[in-house]
Write a new protein. Structure first.
Length: 315
């Protein structure tokens, strides 16, 4: 039944299963959920769609790994030392192959704060140069915020940036896999990357793509650029399978609907508001009800609208 459910979710034919009100799905482990095999040899421990909390140990993003036949490639360091260690424990239950590389999908805490664990194991860590700079500048603040909610679970977590950076792409040939680590262009946050497996037609999209939870628009998230990156670089991948940064594996139609189409919709609503002479105070409340079923809607919808207004006012 578990395999069937995972398959239905991956194909976009089953309802979304993650919910902010569902308790920890893997008692006894710091991980929010046990890793599942999305396609042969590609696994992901799906995080909560809620914000990071003590209860989910900050595991509110997807921690994925590829068992290549000649070593394991991990995507995301995790939000804390304890999460990285727990993920490694799961990997060792699945395969005897050593972890040979960790890839950070961006410079956010849940991508990089677990790096210290992997560095202790002697594993190289790869990130985009912009993500590395972001973590170097804001890492201390990110760590403090994690320590506030994770308390004793933050033990052992210290700042450790990537050991290697790249700009446009990094091609890895390992075992039976060709792994293309791609910076497709500006998206959700500085240094966002996607991991593309062309022979499997699967993309570990990172924060390029959302579908079960509402995407957050940060101060430095330029939505016009994100849409251009999507249309000119991400969509042309024509991926069959998508492991998003948050939420269950799915397909392009679903992430297009809740990422690209949401950004287009919100920009249209804010644009109409601007044309009618509306103010920032009222822009927060433009109609976003078609997306109110998404997790984190209450936390993010008004903030997203305000930030899009501030951007479009000067476009």
């Amino acid at each position: 039944m578990r395999a069937l459910t995972a398959c239905l979710v991956a194909l976009g034919t089953a309802p979304a299963l993650a919910d902010e009100n569902i308790p920890d799905q893997y008692p006894g482990s710091p991980l929010y959920s046990k890793p599942v095999e999305v396609i042969p040899h590609v696994w992901s421990a799906i995080g909560a769609t809620a914000p990071p909390t003590y209860e989910n140990t900050g595991h509110n993003n997807n921690l994925s790994f590829i068992v290549t036949g000649d070593g394991v490639v991990v995507v995301n360091g995790g939000a804390a030392y304890v999460l990285a260690e727990a993920l490694h424990d799961e990997i060792k239950r699945i395969t005897d192959q050593p972890v040979k590389l960790v890839i950070n999908e961006n410079g956010q805490g849940h991508a990089m704060l677990g790096n210290a664990y992997w560095a202790e194991q002697g594993v190289p860590i790869l990130a985009h140069v912009d993500a590395a700079e972001e973590f170097e500048e804001y890492g201390a603040q990110i760590l403090r915020r994690m320590e506030e909610y994770n308390r004793d679970k933050a033990e052992g977590t210290v700042l450790a940036g990537p050991s290697e950076t790249f700009e446009d792409e990094k091609i890895i040939e390992m075992g039976d896999f060709r792994i293309e680590v791609l910076h497709l262009g500006p998206a959700h946050s500085p240094g966002d990357i996607s991991v593309w497996l062309p022979e499997q037609s699967l993309v570990i999209a990172g924060d390029m793509a959302f579908h079960e939870r509402m995407l957050p628009i940060f101060e430095d998230t330029i939505t016009k650029d994100w849409l251009e990156t999507w249309e000119t670089a991400f969509e042309p991948l024509e991926a069959t399978y998508v492991i998003p940064g948050h939420g269950h594996p799915t397909n392009m139609a679903q992430v297009r609907r809740y990422t690209h189409d949401y950004l287009v919709y919100l920009r249209e609503k804010v644009g109409e508001h601007l044309e009618s002479g509306g103010s920032l105070a009222d822009a927060y409340y433009v109609d976003q009800t078609p997306y109110k079923h998404l997790h984190t809607y209450e936390e993010l919808a008004t903030r997203n609208a305000g930030r899009v207004f501030e951007q479009m006012e000067f476009e």
